[in-house]
Structures are given as structure tokens and as C-alpha cells.
Ligand binder design. Structure first.
Ligand SMILES: [Zn+2]
Length: 484
């Protein structure tokens, strides 16, 4: 007998095929039966709503949030049941000796390796599952230093050993963030050498590419070249063309990727459905204050000037009766400047649609889980925004195709072997939602509004989001790549 049966649901099984009406039976935390389902101790009437595999957030910075906010409501409210952490070159591996990483990820203390982090997650389990990338910036700061310098042969060997140990401990690959220090100073050979360490495990190379502005095309080409040389699949992170002059380049970049795929390379991408990006203010102005960038920036969170939160820098400069440059400098000079997060309105709506139409693009929120202040609404709204605004209202793809790209595509990419599909034997990570109403409600001004239309979210058969609220269940774990 099943522990639970969800009856009368439109089943999107994650493979992109036609949905079908039926029941799903769950036993021991896994899907037991699909279609015609026998007796169950507990029954939920799905009222004909959609049932899909739990969504996999392909790009997050939730490494610290899993420990700080274990209910992870900002993820479960979207139907997300697994998050990929360690992105953009910043991850828990090496965080014990990387202050920049601890600050970026909101970690109160650091970790030497992935197993130490896994123990912390297990001691205080979160509602959702996670799978980790090893971050190159964190490794490099821990083993080479935060300054601009070449790694010695011994330091490269130490980085290689740590990548390898992390893969043995269940990491899913290596990430770089080549916009950021100290990763941006690494020679190309170092990136290839480290990416090669993940190849024997079947891991991936995920890259926040060097330049998303004028040099998007060569930067994406560089990431693909690292993957090709190292013999590993490549994931292009938060694919976008930043800056008005570059709008429209996303289609060209996708064409470049299509040609690499046709030539036999394995490349996938993730994207988020907003025209604003977000990140630590200090990282953008490391080489001087770029006024064009400052003009489209808004403060998300700012420990020194909480009154600036939620405001555009240009408005604040007028109010403070100073020039933009002075205002930015004042923020950068204040204590806690490295924890000041900004939003920057840089991307084009047409480019978002171009991304979301592409069959190799997954959805990754890229949310920065700093709940104080005025965070980017992508933290709370990304997945229902794609389903409501882009699939239902604008028809960028069919619902079943988008569900595939939120479930089985990332599950296959990140080595989640028994997740991402509704089929017997798979973990019962599931989301029940109303396809007619599902949509985000978080806005730039009210970024913490839960989504509409996500009715029930199960992780391992346990409800983590139900009736518009997070439950007390904490069934999440740090998963191991390619293993159940
Ligand atoms: Zn990034």
C-alpha cells in the first residue's frame, strides 16, 4: 500500500512528453506508482492541477542560506526542491581560508572540504536538497591568495588535489567566476588543469564568463574552449548580454553555442527571467567607478546605509547633493562595504525570451539570499515567473517543454540520477501547481512576496510548502553527484 496517493492530477513527468491525467502513489519517500494507483494510507485530491517533478534551481548562491534559513521558503514557494550551489567561482570548498567567500555566501564560519559542510547541513537539515560545485575563486583565495599572482606548481597541485577530493566527496564539477577576483587572474592553463580533474568523475565545468558586456561572444567561446580542452560538459551561467549597446547579442551567442553542439560539444546554459542582475557592489568597481554602470544601479542591501536600500544610486546622489562618483565612493569606504549588494538594470527583454526559447537553457534564479534589505525578486519569484509570464502569457515554449528544462535537463546535467522525473523508483520530489494561475508576485519594491499558484511541494514525499506556507519538515540533504 502507498503512504500517499495524489489523485486526479495532470502529470508532467519531466521528459517533455504530453501530460496525462492520472494518480501518483508514493511510498518510502519515492514514487511507487504512476497512472493507475492502488490503495494509500493518505490521499490528496489534486483537482486536475499539474503535478511535476520538483524544480531544480540550476544556479544559486544558497551555500550559506541552507544553514542560515533552513526552511528555504524563498525556494520552496517556487516549487524548487533541489538547488545547485557553489556557482560563479564561490563555494564552500576552501571557504575556511577565503574571507571573500564567507562574505559572499553569508557563511559565519568556513569549511575545509565538502564533507565538513555536509556534516553541518546534516546537523541542521534544510527543506530542500542541494548539490555542490567547487568554486575556483574560493580555491584560489584559500591556496594561492587574494592578490594578483600566478600560482606556483605546488599551489596548482594543491588546488588539483582539493578539486579531486571534492569530487570524491560528491561535488558535481568546477565553477569559475572570471569577472571576479582572484579567479580572473588565473591563466587559461590553470582553468583547464583544474577542469580536467572533474573529467574522470563525469563532472562539469560551469562558468560565469569573463565579460558579459562587449566581449560576451569571445568570453562564451573561452568557456567552451576550457570544457573542450578538459573533456568536460560546459554550463554557461546566467547567460545574458549586459549593457544597452550589446542587447540582441544573446541570439548570436546561442548560435555560436549551437554550432559547438553540432560539432559534438556538450554545452548547456542557465538563465533568469529578469532584466536586472545583482551582485556585490565592490566587485563591480574594483578597477574604478564605472559611471554608466552606476547609473543603472539600485541598492539591495547595505549594512552601513540601510536607508539606501531599495533606491537607485542616481536618486540618492540627487538627495545627498553629491555626484554619483562621490556617493559610490562613500559606500565603498564605509565598513561592511563588501556586504553591500546592488541590482543593476542591464539586460534586454528580447534577450530573456531568446534564452527561454532555447532547448538547452535551464532556469537558474541566481538569487542572493540576503533577506534583509531589498533583495532581487528573482530569489523568490524566478520559476513561477517563467511559467506564468513567459510560458502562459507569451508562449515562449510549451509548458511540458519548460517543465523538462526545469527538471530532467538539470537533473541529468548535475548528476541527480533519480530525480527530475516522475517515474517509479525516483525520489518523490514533486510540485503541485495550477497552470492557469501560477505566477510570481515578488517585485523590485516588494521582493519577498510568495508566488501564486504553487499549492504543494514535496521533498522525499514530505510536504515542505503547503497552503501558501513553509511547513516544519526538513527532509533536504547535500546530495552526491551521480549517486543515490
Ligand atoms: Zn555569476
Amino acid at each position: 500500500m502507498n503512504d500517499l496517493a495524489i489523485r486526479n492530477v495532470l502529470i508532467f513527468n519531466g521528459t517533455g512528453g504530453d501530460p496525462f491525467l492520472g494518480d501518483v502513489g508514493i511510498g518510502d519517500g519515492r514514487v511507487a506508482e504512476v497512472g493507475e494507483v492502488g490503495r494509500a494510507s493518505r490521499v490528496i485530491d489534486g483537482l486536475g492541477r499539474a503535478l511535476a517533478p520538483g524544480f531544480i534551481d540550476a544556479h544559486t548562491h544558497d551555500d550559506g542560506a541552507l544553514l542560515r534559513y533552513p526552511d528555504m521558503w524563498f525556494k520552496t514557494n517556487q516549487g524548487i526542491t533541489t538547488v545547485v550551489i557553489g556557482n560563479c567561482g564561490f563555494g564552500v570548498v576552501g571557504s575556511g581560508r577565503s574571507p571573500a567567500t564567507r562574505s559572499m555566501l553569508g557563511l559565519s564560519s568556513g569549511f575545509g572540504d565538502l564533507e565538513e559542510y555536509r556534516e553541518s547541513v546534516a546537523a541542521n537539515p534544510p527543506a530542500v536538497n542541494a548539490i555542490a560545485l567547487v568554486g575556483h575563486n574560493s580555491l584560489r583565495e584559500a591556496l594561492v591568495g587574494a592578490e594578483e599572482r600566478d600560482a606556483s606548481a605546488a599551489q596548482v597541485r594543491a588546488m588539483r588535489e582539493l578539486v579531486q577530493r571534492s569530487m570524491e566527496q560528491g561535488a558535481c564539477g568546477l565553477s569559475t567566476g572570471l569577472l571576479y577576483a582572484p579567479g580572473k587572474w588565473a591563466p587559461w592553463e590553470e582553468l583547464v588543469t583544474l577542469a580536467r580533474c572533474v573529467a574522470p568523475f563525469g563532472g562539469i565545468y560551469a562558468s560565469h564568463v569573463r565579460d558579459e558586456f562587449d566581449r560576451l561572444l569571445p568570453s562564451v567561446a573561452e568557456a567552451m574552449r576550457v570544457g573542450r580542452e578538459a573533456g568536460v560538459p560546459t554550463q554557461i551561467s546566467h547567460h545574458k548580454a549586459a549593457g544597452r549597446a550589446n542587447w540582441g547579442t544573446v541570439a548570436t551567442s546561442l548560435g555560436q553555442i549551437d554550432r559547438a553542439v553540432e560539432a559534438g560539444q556538450d554545452v548547456t546554459l542557465d538563465a533568469y527571467p529578469y532584466t536586472a542582475g545583482s551582485g556585490p557592489l565592490a566587485q563591480y568597481f574594483r578597477d574604478g567607478i564605472d559611471l554608466e554602470l552606476a547609473e543603472v544601479m539600485r541598492i539591495a542591501s547595505c549594512p552601513s546605509f540601510p536607508e539606501f536600500e531599495g533606491r537607485m544610486l542616481v536618486e540618492l546622489a540627487v538627495e545627498e547633493e553629491c555626484c554619483l562618483e562621490e556617493l559610490v565612493q562613500r559606500i565603498l569606504d564605509a565598513p561592511g562595504a563588501d556586504r553591500t549588494i546592488c541590482l543593476q538594470f542591464l539586460a534586454d527583454e528580447g534577450d530573456i525570451e531568446a534564452n527561454l526559447r532555447h532547448p538547452r537553457v535551464m532556469v537558474g534564479s541566481d538569487g542572493i539570499p540576503e533577506l534583509s534589505g531589498s533583495p532581487h525578486p528573482r530569489l523568490v519569484g524566478t520559476f513561477p515567473r517563467v511559467l506564468g509570464r513567459y510560458v502562459r502569457e507569451r508562449g515562449v515554449s510549451s509548458l511540458t517543454e519548460m517543465v523538462r528544462r526545469m527538471t530532467s535537463l538539470p537533473a541529468d546535467r548535475f548528476g541527480l540520477t533519480d530525480r527530475g522525473r516522475i517515474q517509479p523508483g525516483h525520489h518523490a520530489d514533486l510540485v503541485l501547481f495550477d497552470p492557469d494561475t501560477v505566477v510570481d508576485a515578488a517585485t523590485y519594491d516588494e521582493p519577498l512576496h510568495p508566488c501564486v499558484g504553487v499549492e504543494l511541494v514535496l521533498v522525499g514525499g514530505e510536504a515542505v510548502w503547503s497552503g501558501g506556507k513553509a511547513t516544519a519538515a526538513r527532509p533536504g540533504r547535500l546530495l552526491r553527484f551521480g549517486r543515490t
